[in-house]
Design a protein around this ligand. Structure first.
Ligand code: PRX
Length: 645
């Protein structure tokens, strides 16, 4: 690991919201007196009825509850729209950059307000009311933001499903939260290729009796079948609706959205976020972490199907009246200069992307970057997985011309917003370290027995105090919420990540310590991929682990035992990869399938994943004790046939 230190850039510190001294002062206040701190910062958003209570939190496994600002009322869409109309109605809210570079649009705050009101009215006309769940399965088009804010306006809880998920995955998510309405598009467009969203949704809805209405946005004009009595066109339902819409008054603790994410066991869980604390936390982190100033053009390259898109394309930036760029395409279409060309085209000041994209573009050399100017850039950001120092240096030196601080932001779907990150004007940087906690965040490291470790050390990362953006429950399964996050290390929120803390108190995230893998910044549960594999008639057993991958960070390595009499063939290998893609989605495609006549198991039948991980990593020297295995010889076979030879 690199211990290079990059001091704060003076020019940035001079005009930043906070410098080093201010960070220390505010951080100390936030930890010593969280109630006073958050009572003050809670006022940064507009309340219909101001809160008088700041927090009511218990991490006690017998009574886990998390409430913030819980006697206040507000509406999230009002915070993202109405409150900006007077001062910046004509300012751009969303710059939309299409998949095709010739396709773009600028939407002002007033335009966005009107579009949201019209669609919110349309939702009400369809019968959607406060508390109803609405599934959004859309590509990266402005209607995605409109749909989110329209749901928020009428008090409906949106559940966005990433457009890359399969019909099955979509269907499971719709069923789990019993959505009444699905919003999709005819087709998505990415890298010149069409994604059949409506056809996928049609398939998914075959097993979703709760859905009464499907709204379809016309994106490509591709042929779709509209089902009578169920399917309606977006442009038709908004056509005659008024451009004003009375917002629903929501309690701070009313749900804003559900977002499914993978855990180490079972099916994906519906992470539930509520309204008040989430809005306070996302807007505040967006302002400070990106040092956002009025008029800055800010671009987060995530998809709204992930939490990064929720918090840092839509809710945080729009609550701050920011200019938020939304990109439909991919980094290497039509060329590997696309990101940098878009930065020049729209004069982007703040650019936030994932290490996997950096690594992929780094492979293309410096020329595609250097032929662009990028002079507008001031701050760079990274999210989703650990950024290796080599990629950090390239991002810093080549993309940022050594001028721009990089904020390596560590957080999770569950945390709602950024928890550990540098602040551009306050924090000296170390490549590969997410550095220091945000205001109000108190990270601790514990050993496997739960003892808190002090000083420079390595351990399991927990957060010991609540912050306003924290998830409140797993939708429909509070017990799972308690079990997953609050029972392993009692009294603390357990993140599932491991981390090192150095002598300067900087955090270095080392990756997941559970059975979750992070593929290109996308979180996958190994159990989900295993159950997809064993659902195939020819598969008897499967075990999936992560292994280091140059571009993706981690790749998916599957050990597969076939049913008796089935021969392992190249054809079957391809069939299984396709099978998993169809079951879950392309992001879950195994990179390696190794035929395993047997899996290493203890005598009680438990698969020893540690051994499988080591073999996948090509690290045979460190297999540890294999004598407790029911049949130690299976290990030799796996080693001999590593990599699916
Ligand atoms: O392992 C950590 C990794 O991504 C996980 C969270 O994934 P997800 O809920 O999909 O949210 C991703 C976007 C916030 C974490 O448990 N992770 C995220 N950011 C970083 C990271 N690992 C290291 N450094 C980061 N900056």
């Amino acid at each position: 690991m690199s211990d290079n230190v990059f001091p704060v850039v003076e020019e940035i510190a001079k005009q930043a919201w906070v410098d080093e001294a201010k960070y220390k002062e505010m951080y100390e206040q936030s930890i010593k007196n969280p109630d006073a701190f958050w009572a003050e910062h809670g006022k940064r958003i507009d309340w219909i009825k101001p809160f008088t209570k700041v927090r009511d939190v218990s991490y006690d496994p017998h009574d886990v509850h998390i409430k913030w600002f819980h006697d206040g009322t507000l509406n999230a869409s009002v915070n993202c729209l109405d409150r900006h109309l007077e001062k910046r109605g004509d300012q751009v809210a969303i710059i939309w950059e299409g998949d095709d570079p010739a396709d773009d649009a600028k939407i002002t705050y007033r335009d966005l307000y009107e579009r949201v009101c019209k669609f919110a009215n349309a939702l009400r006309t369809m019968g959607v009311k406060k508390g109803d769940r609405v599934c959004i399965y859309l590509p990266m088009i402005p209607e995605a933001a409109v749909a989110m804010l329209a749901c928020a306006r009428v008090g409906a809880v949106h559940s966005i499903v990433f457009g890359g998920f399969s019909p099955d995955s979509l269907s499971n998510r719709i069923q789990d939260s019993e959505c009444n309405v699905v919003i999709t598009a005819d087709e998505g467009l990415r890298g010149g290729r069409k994604v059949p969203l409506k056809a996928n949704a049609d398939k998914a809805l075959e097993s979703c009796p709760s859905v009464e209405t499907m709204v379809v946005v016309k994106r490509t004009g591709g042929a779709v079948t509209m089902k009578d009595g169920r399917d309606v066109w977006y442009h038709e339902v908004v056509a005659n609706e008024p451009a004003e819409c009375q917002p629903e008054e929501m309690n701070a603790e009313d749900p804003l959205f559900i977002l499914y994410t993978s855990g180490s066991t079972g099916k994906p869980k519906g992470v539930l976020h509520t309204t008040g604390g989430y809005m306070v936390y996302t807007s505040m982190t967006h302002q400070y972490v990106f040092d956002y100033k009025d008029g800055d053009v800010y671009w987060c390259t995530a998809d709204v199907g992930w939490v990064t898109g929720h918090s840092y394309i839509v809710y945080g930036p729009l609550a701050n009246g920011a200019i938020s760029l939304m990109f439909e395409g991919i980094p290497n279409y039509p060329s590997v200069s696309r990101f940098w060309e878009v930065i020049d085209k729209h004069q982007v000041n703040i650019f936030y992307t994932a290490p996997t994209a950096i690594r992929a573009l780094m492979r293309e050399g410096v020329e595609p970057v250097k032929k662009t100017s990028r002079k507008s850039l001031r701050i760079l950001g990274s999210v989703g997985e650990p950024i290796n120092p080599e990629a950090w240096m390239w991002y810093h030196d080549v993309v940022g011309d050594k001028r721009c601080p990089i904020v390596d932001t560590w957080w999770q779907t569950e945390t709602g917003g950024i928890l550990i990150s540098p602040l551009p004007g306050a924090t000296a940087l170390k490549p590969g370290s997410a550095t220091l906690p945000f205001f109000g965040v108190y990270p601790i490291l514990v050993d496997n027995e739960g003892n808190e470790l002090s000083g420079a050390t390595e351990g399991n990362l927990c957060i010991s105090m609540s912050w306003p953006g924290q998830m409140r429950t797993v939708y429909g399964d509070h017990e799972r919420f308690v079990q997953t996050y609050f029972t392993t290390y009692k009294g603390n929120y357990f993140t599932g990540d491991g981390a090192r803390r150095d002598a300067d108190g900087y955090y270095w995230i080392t990756g997941r310590v559970d059975d979750v893998i992070n593929v290109s910044g996308h979180r996958m549960g190994t159990a989900e991929i295993e159950s997809a594999l064993v659902a195939h008639a020819k598969v008897a057993e499967a075990a999936v682990v992560g292994y280091p991958h140059d571009i993706k960070g981690q790749g998916i390595y599957a050990y597969v035992t076939l049913v008796a009499d089935e021969e392992p063939t190249e054809e079957l290998r391809k069939e299984l990869v396709k099978w998993v893609r169809d079951e879950i989605g392309p992001i879950a495609s195994p990179d390696v399938i190794q035929w395993a006549p047997g899996l290493p198991k203890t005598r009680s039948g438990k698969i020893m994943r540690r051994i499988l991980r080591k073999i996948a990593e090509n690290d045979f020297g460190a297999l540890g004790d294999t004598s407790t295995l029911a049949d130690p010889s299976v290990v030799d076979d796996l080693i001999e046939n590593r990599g699916g030879k």
